[in-house]
Design a protein around this ligand. Structure first.
Ligand SMILES: [Cu+2]
Length: 260
């Protein structure tokens, strides 16, 4: 805009409005014609409109470029199971030869890259209900607080020996949620257990990324509002198995990825 204003000033210098007094009359000192003034004003107005229109366009596309609006859709090939997967069905954590997994299988899919941490991390809840953790598998970003309310009519004592987070909430009665909530400040897999109910198992996958999702029973997933660029897509299938796939994301586009 300054360029246009500067140009107009320059042109106006060449055509002063008032004639210069004296006998030195030449083309420079002739009165400024009102018609030319109107033309210049019109030209300035058109340029202004064009520039502001361009600015609007640039501003509108800024979030797309900076924040990213890329999407990844796809399927993780989940391990074969003897159960027929049903939508909305519950699953539990099982340990086979020291490998922890959900049964029936689910995967956690997440995007790895140099992303800024989420500015706001909402607290999450893992309830104890019917002597089980709900949800059984939780994926969170590093720094997330998790509450463990007891909705059974018996005591629980939730603890973890996992290197990513060691804690012991002690025994607490029905209806209670131990305070303060547990902050998961290190990435890794955390196994939740109960000191009173030996069979209870839960998993929390703590991730250094704000972009993750748990697949459905068929292995389908969708990650949206992703930043454009080259990143790594990873699927956590069990405590010993991850599948990787490099991705190149463009703003406004949806990539289709199947793992493996
Ligand atoms: Cu318990």
């Amino acid at each position: 805009m300054e360029k246009v204003t500067g140009l107009l000033r320059f042109v106006r210098c060449l055509f002063p409005r008032q004639p210069v007094k004296g006998n030195n009359r030449n083309w420079l000192t002739t009165p400024f014609p009102a018609r030319t003034d109107l033309l210049l004003r019109g030209f300035a107005l058109i340029m202004k409109c064009l520039l502001s229109y361009r600015s609007c366009f640039v501003l509108a596309s800024l979030p797309m470029v900076c924040l990213g609006q890329a999407t990844i859709e796809g399927t993780v090939q989940l391990p074969k199971t003897r159960f027929t997967p049903v939508e909305n069905e519950r699953y539990e954590i099982v340990s086979k030869a020291g490998v922890l997994a959900t049964d029936p299988p689910r995967a956690v899919v997440y995007l790895i890259g140099n992303f800024p941490k989420s500015a706001h991390l909402p607290s999450k809840i893992v309830t104890q209900k019917d002597l089980a953790f709900r949800p059984t598998l939780l994926a969170i970003e590093v720094g997330t607080k998790v509450e463990f309310p007891n909705e059974d009519d018996t005591y629980h004592n939730i603890f973890s020996y996992s290197p990513a987070k060691r804690f012991d909430l002690g025994r607490y009665p029905p209806g209670e949620s131990p305070t303060p909530a547990v902050v998961f400040d290190k990435a890794g897999l955390v196994t939740l257990r109960c000191d009173i109910h030996e069979h209870m198992r839960g998993l929390i996958l703590v991730l250094e990324t704000p972009y993750f999702a748990i697949t459905d029973a068929q292995g389908h997933f969708r990650l949206s509002n992703l930043p454009a660029g080259r990143h790594l897509l990873r699927a956590w299938v069990d405590s010993k198995t991850t599948l990787d796939h490099p991705v190149e994301l463009r703003p406004g586009e949806t990539s289709h990825v199947n793992l493996p």
